[in-house]
Design a protein around this ligand. Structure first.
Ligand code: ATP
Ligand code: MG
Length: 345
């Protein structure tokens, strides 16, 4: 459990790591910023049940643990054309973690599967105003925005099954790659006080993903800590470079999050080290552990933070959200050659 103190330092209790083996990296499910201070845990929190209760309490009453608002709305595309790596899970849980700390987050579900809409408890049956109508210019952005059942400052533009045809319908449209950018009205985002826009992409590099890459300056890549994790990443990076060169000069990878980390395997550590070697500081120190609670939550139309706030999965997304918001965009101020070194190792 991390807490901001008056001096801006972060206090960390033992509770967020009670399920870790002593040899596990303390940043799994509990990464904490520089300058951390361990405070002695009380006897009550030393039992697993007491610790889980303490975490759940912190979830329900985050108290003074507020996070800074970014200077201007940060728009991020959550992309990886590999399927099942945790794009949607990361989108909704990171959004929920930020919203819990009084930040306003708009999730755009750009995947016809509609999984982000489901996890946020937002209706998305065919015919609901959705990102499909927004992309086709049939509905303005604000008419498609819904508020999640989980939080008043967690907003979502849902995806309906209609979006499945959009890849083809967009092909013949004018400025087909820039439809989402054109629809993301700054006036609407300002009026709603949106701090972060998170765009959940489908597992492909098609026109929907390209629209997301054109609409956002920042890319967040979730990488699963498994054997084939890095396969296909080169193709994603090349596409990002192409979009950057031709359509969106601001585009860059600002955040990488390691997901489904299993501390019992050497492989997970090898993948994590390799990714950190390639991408350096862009990789969040917090890693998301493989956790049954994380995978169960969407079945109940919930984020893991709402489903089981005391779980390690919830705690790790809270930590990831805190680290992400506190550090800002780490690539700002870096030169292009730094970026290339980071990307190519
Ligand atoms: N940390 C985790 N621990 C356990 N299961 C997880 C974790 N993160 C995600 N999952 C599960 O793995 C599956 C894939 O996750 P998710 O849907 O977030 O991936 P995705 O990249 O969005 O997939 P797609 O490419 O199909 O859109 C889901 O069943 C999800 O519940
Ligand atoms: Mg998904």
């Amino acid at each position: 459990m991390a807490r901001e103190t008056n001096g801006g330092r972060t206090e960390v209790s033992e509770v967020s790591r009670e399920t870790l083996r002593p040899d596990q990296d303390s940043s799994v499910g509990g990464a904490h910023g520089a300058g951390m201070v361990l405070r002695p845990s009380n006897a009550y929190e030393d039992t697993p049940i007491g610790a889980a209760a303490a975490r759940a309490t912190q979830y329900q009453h985050p108290g003074d643990a507020s996070l800074p608002h970014p200077d201007r709305c940060r728009i991020l595309t959550i992309a990886n054309q590999k399927g099942g790596v945790g794009k949607t899970t990361t989108t909704v849980n990171l959004a929920a973690a930020l919203a819990l700390h009084d930040l306003t987050v708009l999730v755009i579900d750009l995947d016809p599967q509609g999984n982000a809409s489901t996890a946020l408890g937002v209706p998305h049956q065919s015919g609901t105003p959705s990102i499909y109508e927004v992309l086709l210019g049939e509905s303005p952005l604000d008419e498609a925005i819904q508020t999640s059942t989980h939080s008043a400052n967690l907003l979502c533009v849902p995806a309906t099954i209609d979006l499945a045809g959009a890849e083809i319908e967009l092909v013949s449209m004018v400025a087909r790659e820039g439809r989402l950018k054109g629809a993301l009205s700054v006036a609407v985002l300002d009026r709603l006080g949106v701090d972060f826009v998170l765009i959940d992409c489908p597992p492909s590099l098609g026109l929907l993903t390209v629209n997301a890459l054109v609409a956002a300056p920042e890319v967040l890549i979730p990488i699963q800590c498994e054997y084939y994790a890095l396969e296909g990443l080169g193709q994603l990076l090349r596409n990002i470079e192409l979009v950057q060169a031709h359509l969106n000069p601001e585009l860059h990878v600002s955040t990488i999050l390691l997901t489904m980390y299993d501390g019992r395997t050497k492989l997970a550590d090898q993948v994590a080290n390799e990714v950190r070697g390639h991408f350096g500081e862009v990789v969040l120190r917090t890693m998301i552990p493989r956790s049954v609670k994380v995978s169960e939550a969407p079945g109940y139309g919930q984020t893991v933070l709402a489903y089981d706030p005391g779980s390690r999965g919830a705690m790790s997304y809270l930590d990831a959200g805190r680290e992400f918001a506190m550090r800002g965009d780490v690539t700002v101020g870096r030169s292009d050659s730094d970026d290339e070194q980071g990307a190519q190792g």
